[in-house]
Design a protein around this ligand. Sequence first.
Ligand code: PCA
Length: 211
Amino acid sequence: MSTILLTGFLPFGGYQTNPSQQIAERLHGEAIGGARVVGVTLPVAFAESADLLTAAIAAHKPSLVISLGLAAGSTCLEMERFAVNLRVAERGDPALPQPRNAPQMVIVADGMTALFSTIDAERIAAAIAEKSDIPAQAHSYAGAYACNFVFYQALHYAQQWDLNYKAGFIHLPLTSEQARAENKMHLASLPLESMVAGVRAALEEAMREVN
Ligand code: PCA
């Protein structure tokens, strides 16, 4: 049986929970699209997240790597179309930690400026909307923080070592439970159960591109 590596992130930026971690933990061990899901939680830190991601890829030899992350304020599941070779904490969002004098850096020296998702973001977004009860859309900017970083690493690592897994990234809104518990009712949210169903639909559809 092949393996889907599903990564989430620990809470960050003042949030108590991170739906990406909750969903990776929930789907861990499930069989989806003929593959077994291995859920892994990554820290919101550049070097450590890359080390854990590549160690998990080496250990589990997945045929699909899907990473999840929280984009507080987003209104639906966002299938990222590409990752950029840039790392800097996002500006303008007070919820994100702002490293002092953080320089703008490339993720991989001499790496491509951008790497496209190797699963079809438009198609997967359409499948989520069709198979689950929540909205989803393809999206064109994963930011320049930990989420974009992990997505770029997943795409670059496959190229560097000629590994034939496909990789994609889904940004998630806050959960409705979290919006209530953390007093973020002014931001869009979706119930955790609905997002679990949406990610399950995404994995199922993405596995069609793998097989
Ligand atoms: N979201 C952040 C980092 C971790 C997460 O869940 C991001 O969008 O970069």
